[in-house]
Structures are given as C-alpha cells and as structure tokens.
Write a protein that binds this ligand. Structure first.
Ligand code: NAD
Length: 359
C-alpha cells in the first residue's frame, strides 16, 4: 500500500490535481497498486484558514507519505503579503525541509501537438530534453535575504544571495550524469561563468566530476546563449543541468516547445518523499472555469508512479493514454487547434482515465 499526500493548493491547483488523482486511481485499479490518498492544505488556502502557508499537520502528512502530489499555490489575493508569508513560501519550505534538491522537468513534444507549439514544426519536431534544476539552493534560499534601509539613509535595498557550495553542486551534478547515462549520454551544464563567482565554482566542480563519467559527453553553455539555443536548435539538448533560478526560467521557456505550460510535469527528488507537480502556477486567470489543461498534473502522476513507487508499467500506461487521447483529437483550450475537439479540464481527465482502464 502506498500513501500519497495530496496538496491541491490554489487557483487551478485543485482542478488539475483532482484529474491526476482520477487517473492514478484508474492506473492503481488496472495494475493492482493499492493507493491511499490523504489531503493536506497548503499555500493561500492554508493562509486563509490557519494563517501559515505550510501548517505543521501538512508537513507531518508529507513526511509520513510515500509521495506527494502537488497542485499549485499563489494568486493575487495574497500578493501584498511579505515574501516570507506568501503562499509560495509553503512550497519552498517543503522542498527545502524534505531536501528535494533535484527537480526533473522532462520536455517532450507529443507528436499530435507539433502544430500547437508557437515555434515552427521543423524546429520542434523530435524535441526530447530534460531540464534538471537544482531546487534547494541559490538565490531563492541563501542568506542574507531581505529588504532593509541603506546605510546612507536614502531609501532601501533589496538583497538576495547567490551561493552554492561544492557538495551542493556535486550532488545535483551526480544526478545529472546519472540521468544522462539513462538517456542519450549528453549533459549540458548551464552557468554564467563569465560573470558570476558561483557559476565559476559550478563549472569547475561539474568539469572535475566528469572524469568519473567518461561515457557522458559534457559541455557547458552560458545561460543567455542557452535561452537562445533552446528556441533556435532545441534538439541539440539532452539533459540541461542548471542552478535554481536559471532552471526555473529556462524550463518555462522550454515548456513552449511542448505546446503549452499545461503539458509539462515535474518531479522533485532528494532525501524526503518525492514531490510531483505540474510546472505551471495557479493560473488565476482561468481558475474555476474548467479551462485548465490537467495533462501536466496527470503526467506528474505518471512520474510519481515511476520514481517513487517504481511502477513503470503503470507510469507508461498513463503516458500512452495521454498520447492516445491527443491522437483522437481532444484538446483543452491552451492547445486547441482548428479541426480538433475542445474539452474542459474534467472531461480531459475522464478521457485519460478511461483510456488507462481500457489498456
Ligand atoms: P502561471 O503558470 O500560473 O500562468 C501563466 C500562464 O499560463 C497563464 O496565462 C495561465 O492561464 C497559463 N496556464 C498555466 N497553467 C495552465 C494550464 N494548466 N492550462 C492552461 N493554461 C495554463 O504563472 P503566473 O501567472 O506567473 O503565476 C500565477 C500565480 O501562480 C502566482 O501567484 C505565482 O506566484 C504562482 N506560481 C506558483 C507556482 C507553483 O505553485 N509551483 C509556480 C509558478 C507560479
């Protein structure tokens, strides 16, 4: 029996997580996997009820679970709160406390969506890359951090610190080399070593580690050039290894290669139970309208089965079901194309769940 903590969060989070659970239940039924779901509150929903984005009971639930299925947090209602009390802090704290330092963001274009990408067919055809983002260090966490008066008393200064240590770089780079070894054996490390000291250390450590992995081709790319090459020639990439902020930005950019941010799943792995979530946010502009694409959350559920529960056949069955539903012409609003059949969030979830059961 596997215990799954379900943290729907805010905005479209609950809508897409509900569909992911539906599909997980179908996969569990077909493959004889006993799944037990328990819900916890997080983000803005938790601030409204308990005045904190990550209540202790949610934290305890996560710790005691085999995996966490997460929706999204945040929204305009909470935008005026100080940074350390905003909904997003709940997710950041969870990642940090559970030491989920490796964020896997596979970017694979489903062939039926080739014309849904804003990029030309000949650029995106065959794109299959993975952004590996360091998740617990860098600008989002390092101290000092805050806003305080300047010493000359002429206003304030906002400070974030970009700090990486050798062990932090080594542990994420190791995951990068290992994942590349299971794919096309090509690791591209992203940095800004021409300007940033943290990037110079990053490049040195990754280069040294490459000696342990002689069968992996390693190259380095500056983050600004990487942003350009992702649009110009995305097929050249296999695994992209990046620190926290660079990985955050590049993976949203890479999402457009797959047609929509609503298509991209992620897994956050490390020492605690794995956390699985779509890469998109709470999308307040389309929340509660049955418009959100649930496929990113559903594909995150497939990653949960693969990485945390080691149920590869069930994970693959979900991915095949998603492809099949897209091949049948069903589309949510964000990936809609002429001549296709537009469906809402719940119907898309039903279609995938039914297809998983049929096999
Ligand atoms: P967003 O990802 O929520 O939305 C960006 C755009 O993509 C919007 O136009 C939205 O409608 C669209 N979109 C997102 N998910 C979609 C889906 N499943 N189907 C169809 N379209 C989708 O990013 P944002 O607007 O910058 O942020 C909104 C809120 O979400 C903010 O409060 C932000 O802090 C938060 N956020 C949370 C997370 C997270 O929980 N992991 C990540 C990013 C942003």
């Amino acid at each position: 029996m596997a215990r799954i903590a379900v943290l729907p969060g805010d905005g479209v989070g609950p809508e897409v997580v509900w569909e992911a659970m539906k599909v997980l239940k179908s996969a569990g039924g077909r493959f004889g996997i006993h799944l037990e779901f328990e819900e916890g509150i997080v983000g803005g929903a938790a601030i409204d009820r308990l005045r904190t984005p990550l209540p202790p009971e949610t934290w305890t639930l996560c710790r005691a679970s085999d995996a966490i299925l997460f929706g999204a947090v945040g929204g305009p209602r909470w935008d005026s709160l100080p940074v350390d009390r905003r909904p997003e802090r709940g997710l950041l704290t969870l990642r940090k406390d559970l030491q989920l330092y490796a964020n896997l963001r596979p970017v694979k274009l489903f062939p039926p969506l080739i014309d849904a990408s804003p990029l030309k067919r000949e650029i995106v055809e065959g794109v299959d890359l993975l952004v590996l983002r360091e998740l617990t260090g860098g600008l989002y966490f390092a101290e000092p951090k805050g806003i305080w008066p300047t010493s000359d008393g002429r206003g304030e200064q906002g400070v974030d610190t970009l700090n990486y240590t050798t062990p932090e770089i080594e542990r994420i780079a190791r995951v990068g080399f290992q994942i590349a070894g299971r794919r096309r054996r090509h690791l591209t490390s992203v940095d800004k070593a021409n300007v940033l000291a943290s990037s110079q250390l990053w490049r040195r450590v990754v280069t040294t580690m490459a000696r342990e992995y002689p069968d992996i081709e390693l190259d380095h790319i500056l983050v600004d050039n990487c942003a350009m090459q992702l649009i110009r020639e995305p097929r050249r990439f296999d695994v992209l290894l990046a620190e926290n902020t660079f990985g955050d930005i590049l993976s949203d950019e890479a999402a457009m290669l797959a047609g929509s941010i609503g298509m991209l799943p992620s897994a956050s792995l490390g020492e605690g139970p794995g956390l699985y979530e779509p890469i998109h946010g709470s999308a307040p502009d389309i929340a509660d309208q049955d418009k959100a694409n649930p496929l990113a959350a559903i594909l995150s559920a497939a990653m949960l089965l693969r990485h945390s529960l080691r149920q590869e056949p069930a994970a693959a069955a979900i991915e095949i079901a998603v492809l099949d539903v897209l091949e049948q012409g069903y589309r949510t609003m964000d990936i809609m194309q002429p001549g296709k059949k537009q469906v809402g969030t719940a119907r898309m979830g039903d279609l995938v769940a039914e297809r998983v059961v049929k096999g």
